[in-house]
Write a protein that binds this ligand. Structure first.
Ligand SMILES: [Zn+2]
Length: 321
């Protein structure tokens, strides 16, 4: 693939050695998109996106330049890059500058104890890492096979880290007065996450026929969170838990991740209109947007939870929970 690109460039230069303008050079190097069929086999993933793939270029700098061109990965890159910036700004603002809450719950994170800040930061850092890993993967998939494979594993690793980093704070607050339960559930999540990391780093996992297995594994890890939530509800009742943990935001988060993964694995809408969503609004971009919505929903859930505990410092002594 790479040889093909270079051959194409050198032919052009031979026919008019000194008259190739900078613009033409740029077009031949960076703007020459290729159809699905001309992609190397290891990069073929979604046959319903038929055109506008970037050619392999073996250059990190050229890959970065393609961020500003229109192709199948353009909005995959920008959705998660801008999402990462948004999460970072939102968190820094909440922790160090002033109250920043999307819903009506008031919270002043900057005045909370270190452990609360740490829990909030754990969630934010894991979410930002996930988005950054994904952005990096999508920028550099056109570099080479080895780079794309490695960054693909980093992308899956980021997803696992995001699920773990989102779950641990909720377990901490969910079993606030029960350290042993915190320890047990955290251990279960860390072991499950470690298993996902191991599977993510296996080459088999990247194969096309594993397209449905990939989101399923992450959904299963995420759904493991239902067990501690049911446990908390059995201890305190649905209404109390619903109010205390903003369960509606947690349900919204679960919906976003599951629905996004469903769209991704089913390749909707491009499967119904092959070639019509090659650049904009294909399943991968929709999945990315739902990941952002899921992270924002989780942010809302966590701030509500932290807010409750910041106003009930002596909750364990009072045996309220
Ligand atoms: Zn992606």
């Amino acid at each position: 693939m790479s040889n093909g690109i270079h051959r194409h460039t050198s032919n052009k230069q031979c026919s008019s050695p000194n008259k190739v303008s900078l613009e033409e050079k740029s077009k031949s190097l960076y703007s020459k998109m290729i159809p699905f069929d001309l992609q190397p086999i290891w990069l073929k993933d979604n046959e319903f996106l038929q055109t506008n793939y970037r050619p392999i270029n073996n250059s990190y700098w050229k890959c970065i330049k393609t961020m500003f061109l229109l192709h199948t990965e353009t909005f995959n890159i920008w959705t998660h890059l801008l999402g990462c910036v948004f999460v970072c700004l939102l968190t820094l603002s909440a922790l160090y500058i002033h109250t920043f809450k999307l819903s009506d719950v008031k919270i002043q994170l900057s005045s909370l104890p270190t452990i609360d800040k740490a829990m909030f930061s754990l969630f934010a850092i894991s979410a930002a890492s996930c988005l950054l890993g994904s952005t990096t993967f999508h920028i550099f998939t056109c570099h080479s096979e080895s780079t794309a494979k490695f960054l693909n594993k980093i992308d899956y690793l980021g997803t696992t880290v995001c699920i773990i980093g989102s779950s641990l704070p909720l377990i901490y607050y969910g079993f606030f007065c029960h350290p042993w339960l915190i320890f047990i559930y955290c251990t279960v999540f860390l072991v499950g996450g470690g298993l996902c990391c191991y599977i993510s780093f296996s080459d088999t996992f990247r194969r096309r026929d594993y397209r449905k297995v990939r989101p399923t594994m992450f959904i299963l890890l995420g759904l493991t969170g239902i067990i501690p939530i049911c446990h908390i509800i059995s201890m305190r009742g649905f209404t109390e838990v619903f109010d205390r943990y903003a369960l509606h935001w947690l349900c919204m988060m679960a919906f976003c991740y599951i629905f996004g993964a469903f769209i991704y694995s089913m390749r909707i809408p491009e499967r119904f209109f092959p070639g019509k969503f090659d650049i904009f609004a294909h399943s991968h971009q929709i999945f990315h947007m739902f990941v952002i919505f899921g992270i924002i929903s989780h942010y809302e859930c966590l701030t509500s939870t932290v807010s409750y505990y910041s106003n009930h410092q002596s909750i364990c002594q009072a045996n309220v929970f």
